[in-house]
Write a protein that binds this ligand. Structure first.
Ligand code: HEC
Length: 222
C-alpha cells in the first residue's frame, strides 16, 4: 500500500515531462510591475521594452516562474489519471492533452509556453533553425562542463523569448531512455504508434533533453 503510494507520486512527478502547454497570464503578473516601471512606453497590444539588464532579469524571473508553474499544474492535472490507470495510459494522455493544448495556442493569450527539442518526440515541438543553433551552443557549453543559464532572445516579431535548457532525470528515462533497457517493449510499442517520427529515446541521465521557450507576446523589444 505504502509502496503503491510512492509509485503514484513518482509517476505524477515524472509525467510532468510530457506535455507542451500554455500558462495563464493572469497568474503571472508580478515581475511585470518591474518591467512597466523601468522601461516600457505604453501600448495596448504590445508594450515596448528596452532589453537592458534589469528587464532581462525580470523576464528571466518570470520565465522561471512560469516554467515551474507549468510543471506543477500538469502534475496536479495528471494525479487522478495516473492513480486510476498506468504508464501506457499516461503516454496516451500526454498525447491527447498535448494536442488539445497545442490547439489552444492559437487563442489570444499573452504568454506562450513551449517545450522544444532537437531530438523530438512530437514534431510540433521541433526547434527551428535558430533555436537549433541555440540548443547546439548549450550542448557545447555543457560538454565543456560549463553551467548553462537561461537566455532572453527576441523572436522574428520582436517578442522576447525566454529559453532555458532542461535535463534528463532518472524518471525521464522511463520514456526517453534506452528502449529495452529503460523503456519497456510494451511502452515502446505505444510510443512508436503514437509518434512514428519519435527521435526522443536513448537519452542518458544528466544530458540536456530540450529547452523551455516562453514567448512574451505582450512585449516588443525596442
Ligand atoms: C510517461 C512517459 C514520459 C516521461 C516519464 C517523460 N516524458 Fe517527455 N514526453 C513524453 C511524450 C509522450 C512526449 C510528447 C508530448 C507531445 O505530444 O507533445 C514528450 C515530450 C517531451 C518534450 C517536448 C519535446 C518533444 O520531444 O516532443 C520534452 C522537452 C520532454 N518530453 C522532456 C521530458 C523530461 C525532461 C522528462 C523527465 C522530467 C520527461 N520528458 C519524462 C513522454 C514522457
Amino acid at each position: 500500500m505504502r509502496l503503491a503510494k510512492y509509485v503514484v507520486i513518482a509517476l505524477v512527478f515524472l509525467l510532468s515531462g510530457c506535455v507542451q502547454h500554455k500558462a495563464n497570464k493572469k497568474t503571472e503578473k508580478e515581475p511585470q510591475k518591474e518591467l512597466s516601471a523601468t522601461n516600457s512606453t505604453s501600448g495596448s497590444a504590445n508594450e515596448y521594452i528596452a532589453l537592458n539588464d534589469s528587464v532581462r532579469n525580470a523576464l528571466i524571473v518570470r520565465g522561471k516562474d512560469i516554467a515551474r508553474k507549468t510543471t506543477s499544474a500538469l502534475q496536479k492535472h495528471l494525479k487522478k489519471a495516473i492513480k486510476e490507470e498506468g504508464l501506457e495510459y499516461a503516454v496516451n494522455f500526454c498525447y491527447t492533452k498535448a494536442m488539445e493544448l497545442t490547439d489552444s495556442v492559437s487563442e489570444a493569450e499573452s504568454v506562450t509556453v513551449r517545450r522544444l527539442a532537437k531530438k523530438y518526440r512530437n514534431p510540433v515541438n521541433e526547434t527551428d533553425p535558430e533555436e537549433s543553433e541555440l540548443f547546439k551552443s548549450y550542448i557545447l557549453e555543457w560538454l565543456g562542463g560549463r553551467p548553462l543559464s537561461p537566455k532572453i532572445i527576441p523572436d522574428k516579431e520582436g517578442h522576447p523569448v525566454f529559453y532555458d535548457p532542461m535535463y534528463v532525470g532518472t524518471v525521464c528515462l522511463n520514456c526517453h531512455g534506452e528502449p529495452g533497457k529503460n523503456i519497456t517493449p510494451e511502452l515502446m510499442k505505444t510510443i512508436s504508434e503514437l509518434y512514428p517520427e519519435d527521435k526522443a529515446t536513448n537519452f542518458k541521465k544528466g544530458q540536456p533533453r530540450g529547452m523551455w521557450a516562453i514567448t512574451f507576446t505582450e512585449y516588443k523589444v525596442k
